[in-house]
Design a protein around this ligand. Structure first.
Ligand SMILES: [Zn+2]
Length: 71
């Protein structure tokens, strides 16, 4: 799985916000191939997601944070 950090919660992407009823968040991560800083909108962060990052066409996988208490 790919390490990620919250960038904006909720997302700054209004379309994503409307589509997901405020569930979407923006996250940053590093390309697993070249280490470039990347960012994306995660529509449903309570569900894992995977997709091919266009940076190096590598598969990235995000899993929800586990065991972290939300304030
Ligand atoms: Zn890359």
């Amino acid at each position: 799985m790919t390490e990620w950090k919250v960038l904006h919660k909720p997302s700054k992407n209004m379309e994503a916000i409307i589509l997901t009823k405020w569930q979407a968040i923006d996250i940053t991560y590093q390309c697993p191939n070249c280490g470039a800083d990347r960012a994306t909108t995660w529509l449903f962060p309570d569900e894992g997601v995977e997709y091919v990052d266009e940076c190096c066409n590598r598969l990235v996988m995000f899993e929800p944070e586990e065991g972290v208490e939300e304030e």
